[in-house]
Design a protein around this ligand. Structure first.
Ligand SMILES: [Zn+2]
Length: 104
């Protein structure tokens, strides 16, 4: 027999007993509020309305099996871009050191 679905889970944030549905992903939290509280606790990032939407969309992708269920919410595009810019700056700095143009 394949692993049986639990009939109940305890919310990872508030420990409320939650009934597990017949189908779909086995929940970790009792509510979006608890999911968001956990996200805030893990990241120490205050949640904006935009963040909440991102988390909700990510949960939908997990529910739909589009992304692995254990994959964390990816960073914001603006954060990724800022990181890449910083990296490019470093590379450019190193390149200037290695290939110092000769003064004329
Ligand atoms: Zn809860």
């Amino acid at each position: 027999m394949p692993d049986r679905r639990p009939r109940f889970i305890h919310c990872a944030t508030c420990d409320t007993k939650v009934k597990v549905g017949e189908t779909g992903r086995v929940p970790t939290y009792c509510s979006n509020a608890c999911r968001q509280a956990a996200f805030y606790k893990n990241t120490h990032t205050p949640l904006s309305a935009d963040d909440r939407r991102r988390i909700e969309m990510w949960e939908l992708l997990k529910d739909g099996g589009v992304v692995p269920a254990d994959m964390p919410v990816p960073p914001k595009r603006s954060e990724v871009i800022a990181e890449l810019k910083a990296e490019l700056k470093d590379i450019a700095r190193e390149a200037r050191v290695v290939h110092k143009p000769k003064p004329k």
